[in-house]
Ligand binder design. Structure first.
Ligand SMILES: *Cc1c(COP(=O)(O)O)cnc(C)c1O
Length: 497
């Protein structure tokens, strides 16, 4: 991404260690970083799980009253304490006035989603008219692809990264099938180079340059769920659009994690879920973005723009069957302008832009939990969160390399490899770790010690210190627990051999 004004984490850490006259690995460094952290009080806004409440914890190894080390905000964010109160507000309103709640109160139910748009716009870098909060993530991805993916015999591919999240992979496959396209020929997947774990931007840009004329839509994740790689969104967008492709992003692991400027970058469309870094609870209300430049041209629709003028040969190669050119609408009543929506006269006045993609009335209870979390983001700001995140993850990276690197050959301890890019511009807060011994042992031992993270096939453990509620001392404690987990795991591993 663009040149960063950020001081490199290793330099900051070194500076602090010399000020404190201790080694960088000293506990005092972590405590000092927490003391200086202007965002540290935001942790108080969240329920942090306790050791004793975690099902996999071994109480002989931990202090049951201590907080767990929760490094899984990339999968499910912690609960903001205000969620319960906000839910109760709407439940009370419902109990006391029933249907009048649609129009009254802090979150009138009819416009519940709209009441929190103003808290979302800075997080994705868009204006309110470019965002809708609706449905689930994969549903939104389908809706957006239905509108943006308009294959022609010449331009019919969807380009995506290797090992895209399964749901995205399936969504792309289904969209191609919906158009009768041959999946093998039209799903263009970019893989990392032999022996590498992550994609190089230059390689992505090269594929776009070479094959762009046949690509209808480029769909990348913002941050890859497995490797933690942050893709260069502005560069991919620019290159794709120069070739006439639509460029969209699944921001599931990017939103609330890294700074985004969807509007300025000119991204065509995007979608995201809110239960990961945005802490809205499982199945929370998802988001969608359509750039304002498309407000009057891209409609919620299934646009099957199959040209019949192509040669039979090309057609047979790409299309399973030929369809007549058609354009169908895919709307519901909440895509209709509010001012006339309740006239119920069936004369559609479609709201321009992504708001017109809303099909049903908003689920108010899901709005509540997202509301509670977005208010915290508003106070903290993405800029400050990202600044802390770079240092927090940089600290984690330094400590892992210091204690668990392959070349620390003086110990018998199994070693840890970080597959997430080391360049801070190419990652968010998550690091994906692989190990010299089977991860199932390492993972079990971490769980017993109250570290909440996850293991993902083929061989990665993902850890994500989240700047909103994780501390530098969490990282410090994690490192000690990791070291002890590795020792135990090694014993188990050798005892089964
Ligand atoms: C988490 C995640 C999903 C999950 O999809 P839902 O529709 O919310 O169940 C999809 N895609 C990506 C990239 C994800 O990270």
């Amino acid at each position: 991404m663009e040149a960063s004004p950020l001081e490199l984490p290793a330099d900051t850490l070194q500076r602090i260690a010399s000020e404190l006259r201790c080694h960088l690995t000293d506990e005092r460094v972590a405590l000092h970083l927490d003391k200086e952290d202007k965002l540290r009080h935001f942790r108080e806004n969240f329920h942090i799980p306790k050791m004793q409440d975690l099902p996999a914890v071994d109480l002989s190894l931990v202090n049951k009253d201590e907080n767990a080390i929760y490094f899984l905000g990339n999968s499910l964010g912690l609960q903001p304490k205000m969620v319960k109160a906000y839910l109760e507000e709407e439940l009370d309103k419902w109990a006391k006035m029933g249907a009048y709640g649609h129009e009254i109160g802090k979150r009138p139910w009819i416009t519940g989603d709209e009441t929190i748009l103003g808290l979302m716009n800075d997080i994705v870098g868009a204006n309110e008219k470019e965002i809708a909060l609706m449905n689930g993530l994969t549903v939104n991805l389908h809706l957006l692809l239905l509108s943006f993916f308009k294959p022609t015999p010449k331009r019919y591919k969807i380009l995506l990264e290797a090992k895209a999240f399964p749901s995205d992979h399936y969504a792309v496959e289904s969209q191609l099938q919906l158009h009768g396209l041959n999946i093998e020929k039209s799903m263009r997947i970019i893989k990392p180079r032999e022996g590498e774990e992550t994609l190089r931007t230059e390689d992505i840009l090269e594929v776009i340059e070479k094959e762009g004329d046949s690509i209808a839509v480029i769909l990348f994740s913002g941050v890859h769920f497995y490797t933690g790689q942050l893709f260069n969104i502005p560069a991919i967008t620019k290159a794709g659009q120069a070739k006439g492709c639509f460029v969209g992003f699944d921001l599931a692991h990017a939103v609330g994690n890294v700074e985004l400027r969807l509007h300025d970058w000119g991204v065509d469309f995007a979608c995201w879920c809110s239960y990961k870094y945005l802490n809205s609870g499982a199945g929370g209300l998802a988001g969608a973005f359509v750039h304002e430049k498309h407000a009057h041209t891209i409609k919620p629709a299934f646009q099957q723009s199959v040209s019949l003028t192509t040669s039979e040969e090309l057609k047979n190669k790409i299309w399973k069957k030929s369809d007549k050119s058609q354009k169908e609408r895919l709307v519901g009543w909440f895509g209709h302008e509010l001012s006339t929506r309740f006239k119920m006269d069936n004369k559609l006045q479609l709201i321009p832009g992504v708001s017109g993609f809303r099909i049903s009335n908003p689920p108010i209870l899901l709005v509540c939990s997202l509301h509670a979390s977005l208010e915290i983001f508003k106070q903290a700001t993405m800029k400050a969160l990202r600044r802390k995140s770079v240092l927090l993850t940089g600290y984690l990276e330094y400590m892992i390399k210091h204690y668990c690197n392959k070349d620390k050959a003086d110990t018998k301890r199994p070693f840890v490899n970080i597959i997430t890019p080391s360049c801070i511009e190419d990652r968010g807060c998550q690091l994906t770790l692989t190990f010299s011994i089977p991860i199932k042992y390492v993972f079990q031992e971490l769980e017993k010690r109250g570290v909440v993270c996850d293991k993902r096939d083929p061989d990665g453990i993902r850890v994500a210190p989240v700047p909103l509620y994780n501390s530098f001392h969490d990282v410090y404690k994690f490192i000690n627990l990791l070291a002890s987990a590795l020792d135990s795991a090694e014993t188990k591993n050798t005892s089964v051999l």
